[in-house]
Every structure is written in C-alpha cells, then in structure tokens.
Design a protein around this ligand. Structure first.
Ligand code: GYE
Length: 359
C-alpha cells in the first residue's frame, strides 16, 4: 500500500569506523559485574549494556520511537538498557551521557535534542573506549567521534512539503496568488527543525508570491502549537497556510483556529504537517490536515544490528541505506512530486492506508 518510496527519506549512514565493540571486551569480568542487574545475573550474564539518552516525550512520534527502542533493547533480545528521558533539556541529556560513561556501559545511543555542544562529551566517550551511535536527529561534531548515524533527511522532508504546496496551489488555480505562510517550528536548534525549515525555505525563497509571515518555536508539542497559533491569529489578519513541523503542533494549531471559529484543512487555512503518525493520518483522512510528510521513528533496530556486529568483533563499514518514507494527502489531486530529482508518489489517505499504520 505504501507505494511512495521516499528515496531521500531516512538515511542510514554507517561511517567507516575503527570501533570494534571494544567497550564490552576490554575487561569482561568487570563489565559483567557492573552491567548485570540481579535478574540478568540469573538469566544471562552476557547482556550488552546500552545507555540510551532519549530527547523526551514531547510527541506521539517520540513515544513510538521510545517504545521501539525499549522493545529492541530488551533483555529478551540480549540487552541491558539504561534509559534516560531528558525531558527536552540538553544539559540533562549531556549529564545522562556522562553518567553512562561513568557506569562503563558497552555502547551509548543518543538522540540529540540539539546539534550544538557535543564535542567534549563525545571526546570523553571516545577516550573511555565506548562506541557511540546517533539516531534520528544529528549533532555537529567530528565524524570520527561516533560509529554511525541512523536518521531521516529532514531537508528532503521540508522540500517535499514545498513541492506539494506548489502543486496543490497550482491545482487550485492559485499558483500566482499571494500566499501568506506561517510556520510553527520544531525545537529550535534541533536538526529536525533546521532541516525541515531549510528544505521548505528553498521553496519560499524561489517564489516571489509566497510570503513567510513568521516562524516561531512550538517545541514539537501540542501546547506549543496552540500557543504559537494563538499568537499568529492575534498578529495576522490573513494566513493562507500553516506549516507545522510535527503532528502534535498541528493539533495545537487546529485547536487554536477552532477556538476563534476559523476553518482549516480542506475548508479553510491549509495545514501541512510532518511525522504522519496514526492520529495525524486520521486527520488527513478527515481533511483537517491537507498533507502530512512521514518521518520514520523505528531506527532502534538498525542500531541493534550494528551493535551486534561490533560486538562480534566485526567492523561496521561505511554504508548508506534508504528506508521508505511516504507523503500523504487528503485530496486525490496530486499524483506525485519531485524532490532532489526523485519522483515521490503522493498517497491519498483512505481507511486501508490508515489501518496499515504501525505507529
Ligand atoms: O518530528 C517530532 C519529535 O526528531 C524527527 O521530534 C524527530 C522529531 C519529530 O518530537 O515529532
């Protein structure tokens, strides 16, 4: 059913590395003594100890990502998981990574809240011989400080939204109208926000009749979306399009519009969203959200595979994979869009599409 193969979507990038799972094997006795929980001692003293510093619990997408990580790094699968929910606080997240280093975990997995500020802690992990994996969002640091990154091409997602909007407005005969656009951004300084803004801005910059009224941080939450949209409604008389950088923000924006009797979706202000979680797609089905651009939250299994490889002493070599991510719309009017030279099908959401949704 999900025919839209988002070639540029999720990029699984395994960087040539010197890491060979040394953390766990440097001193096995010490590792077993420290890593095993009492229960694990009984069942299996060879569990791989993984510290995972998660962003927080701000969105439905995030909950799906966390559930997938918990399932993937379970004892049943041979892991002893130390999990920290950083509650969207970069200092807390860096503190969690530091404590993983102190606890001598075998591997560290980070989904970084923001891109900046990681260099010194990454160097500490490297010095301690603990391989680090980055998932979902990216950090700015030297490539030799982490083993691999598994995440989405957020710039391509933003461009897809721009390409769809262009096609949609043309289809409505509004291609040459002045279009006022308000953006509710995700957490400022996160690579998801930076990428989606950059991709969409390429379209804004190339279209003299598209006017970006504003872009404000809605922190990827429903409350943030509501707060920002309330402000926009007070500030601007006319908004043609609201770009919400995730589904939770879209729900907040819709609530704000509804509270002042403004129509949205197929009947009013165009709503664009990202993530395409189950409840987001159900709003696309109902016509409340016009188009939704998928981001895949299930990257933990790829990390687990790479860890197992390293743990067996195998090298992880440079590799780029693409996972399918799709583009969804309410109306069946746009067949496909072109992003980065790749043609992507637009999938019109039906009950069948919705029922196939895994998250
Ligand atoms: O879009 C949002 C979440 O980093 C891609 O973070 C992720 C984003 C996702 O809170 O819902």
């Amino acid at each position: 059913m999900r025919s839209g193969f988002f070639k540029t979507g999720v990029i699984l990038l395994l960087i040539s590395t010197m890491f060979t799972g040394c953390g766990r094997h440097d001193n096995p006795e010490e590792t077993v003594a420290e890593s095993a929980t009492p229960e694990a001692d009984v069942h299996n003293n060879e569990l791989i100890k993984v510290g995972f510093a998660q962003v927080g619990h701000e969105s439905d997408w995030r909950i799906a990502a966390t559930e997938s990580a918990m399932e993937t790094f379970s004892e049943k699968n041979g892991f002893d998981l130390l999990y920290v929910d950083a509650n969207n606080d970069p200092d807390m997240q860096m503190g969690a990574v530091r404590s993983f280093i102190e606890q001598k975990v075998d591997y560290i997995v980070i989904d970084p809240i923001v891109t900046k500020g990681w260099n010194s802690i990454m160097k500490e992990a490297k010095k301690a011989g603990i391989p680090v994996f980055i998932i979902d969002r990216m950090i700015d640091c030297d490539e030799d400080l982490y083993v691999a990154w598994f995440g989405s091409d957020f710039v391509a997602e933003g461009e897809a939204a721009g390409a769809w909007l262009e096609a949609y407005l043309n289809d409505k005969g509004r291609g040459n109208d002045n279009i006022d656009i308000a953006v509710i951004a995700g957490t400022e300084g996160s690579s998801a926000q930076i990428g989606r803004s950059k991709g969409f801005d390429r379209y804004i910059d190339s279209k003299p009749n598209w006017n970006k009224l504003d872009e404000t941080d809605g922190e990827f939450t429903k409350n943030g979306g509501r707060r920002v949209m309330d402000e926009y409604i007070k500030k601007y008389d006319n908004i043609d399009v609201v770009v919400c950088q995730n589904d939770n923000e879209a729900w907040g924006a819709m609530e704000a519009l509804k509270s002042v009797g403004k129509k949205y979706g197929e009947e009013g202000t165009v709503i664009i969203s990202f993530d395409a979680v189950y409840d987001g797609l159900s709003d696309v089905l109902e016509g409340n959200i016009n188009a939704d651009f998928e981001c895949n939250p299930l990257s933990a299994p790829y990390v687990a595979d790479a860890i197992r490889k390293l743990d067996r002493g195998e090298q992880v070599t440079k590799k780029i994979n693409y996972i399918d991510e799709a583009c969804f719309q309410h109306e069946d009017n746009i067949k496909s869009i072109v992003v980065n030279g790749h043609t992507m099908d637009m999938i019109t959401v039906t009950w069948d599409v919705l029922l196939e949704r895994a998250y």
